[in-house]
Design a protein around this ligand. Structure first.
Ligand code: DNO
Length: 355
């Protein structure tokens, strides 16, 4: 007979899993202490289309077979026409609603998404060489200036465009202001949040990564002010946040301890991506480091304490790991460093939750 003395931790630990094509076996993911749910998505459907219920059911079945639940989807990507208010936006919103319903039917509780025009996360190097022999993602202010957006694609993005499509999109956004993008987000949320209320699903917007405009594309989920404005416009707490410390934390004016406390208290944080970043110059360059507070510029222990002290008990995942122990993983998404990060995150929560 086994006796578990500790009552456990309130937050729910999750791990991003890219479905059947992920080279990391679910058996390994399950072996990470306290692991609860996979974070996944249907990757075989074009952005904007309705997912297949069988695909979701299959993902769930595989996860369950390995002792894991499937309560978080990252992402249901938002079609560009919704972002720039194209002629088909209502059709794409309707499809999005169908996807929320399907997710709810298979037990999903939280949907992560972003509203960054054209590009998702951006780095200037995928294999920045660190002093400890590991390598990781990084962003250099100088190297950024050399990037041509017309030739850009990074692994893990939900969408890739042909050259012509990309040029067309970049042209469209030349005429879209921050205010317009914001009102398009509100338009979208006003349609989907009532559905989320009915179907018991929380929406968790992922902040801009990095949290500033790139290539003159407007970005509107970068700062505390942006988030306040968003939550004021659509007050239901179903309209919530993916508190991504690495993304928000790359913005040096963002006070993550304060923001973590504030939005936990408001019940807005449905999902937390926890990782550290190290500022590497006086501009806005940074590189991704191990999760440990002292390895980077963010105080992960204080951030977790702020979450817990203000009632956070949602989903958490370790975020981008370095390539360590000789691994050559999908950029940011290898096994070893994320597993180390998960173990560290467990420790921080266990201490922070001690009564
Ligand atoms: C990068 C991820 C993002 C995130 C999307 C959510 O590693 O954090 O790609 O999944 O922005 O829509």
């Amino acid at each position: 007979m086994y006796i578990i003395i500790n009552g456990g931790i309130d937050m729910k630990l999750t791990f991003r899993w890219y479905g059947k094509s992920d080279s990391i076996p679910l058996d390994y993911i399950r072996q990470i202490p306290n692991m609860y749910s996979v974070v996944t998505a249907c990757y075989d459907v074009k952005v904007g289309e309705v997912w297949k219920k069988e695909s979701l059911e299959e993902l769930k079945r595989i996860a369950k077979k390995h002792g894991l639940t499937m309560e978080v989807i990252e992402s249901i990507p938002v079609h560009e026409e919704i972002k720039y208010a194209g002629p088909n936006r209502d059709k794409y919103i309707e499809n999005y609603i169908q996807n929320i319903k399907l997710c709810s039917e298979v037990g999903v509780k939280c949907v992560c998404y972003n509203f960054m025009p054209v590009f998702d996360w951006l780095r200037t190097s995928l294999h920045h060489q660190n002093k400890d022999g590991s390598n990781s993602l990084s962003y250099s202010y100088e190297d950024f200036k050399k990037i041509d957006p017309n030739n850009l694609h990074l692994p893990g993005w939900d969408e890739s465009y042909s050259k012509e499509e990309l040029k067309g999109l970049l042209d469209i956004y030349k005429n879209i202001s921050h205010e317009e993008l914001f009102s398009n987000l509100v338009y979208f949320l006003k349609r989907i949040i009532p559905v989320c209320e009915k179907y018991d699903v929380n929406m968790a917007i992922h902040p801009d990564d990095p949290p500033w405009d790139i290539f003159n594309l407007p970005r509107i989920v970068s700062t505390e002010e942006d988030l306040d404005k968003l939550f004021k416009a659509v007050p239901s707490t179903r309209n919530g946040l993916t508190f991504c410390t690495g993304s928000l934390g790359a913005g040096r004016k963002n006070d993550l301890v304060k923001m973590g406390a504030k939005y936990s208290k408001q019940g807005r944080i449905h999902f937390a991506h926890l990782r550290n970043v190290l500022y590497t110059d006086e501009k806005d360059s940074f590189c991704e480091v191990g999760h440990f507070s002292k390895d980077g510029s963010l105080d992960m222990a204080k951030i977790v304490k702020a979450l817990v002290d203000n009632g956070f008990d949602g989903y958490v995942r370790p975020d981008h790991g370095r390539n360590i122990f000789g691994e050559n993983g999908k950029p940011g998404y290898g096994l070893y460093d994320r597993a180390l990060g998960a173990a560290y995150i467990n420790g921080l929560f266990e201490m922070a939750e001690l009564k």
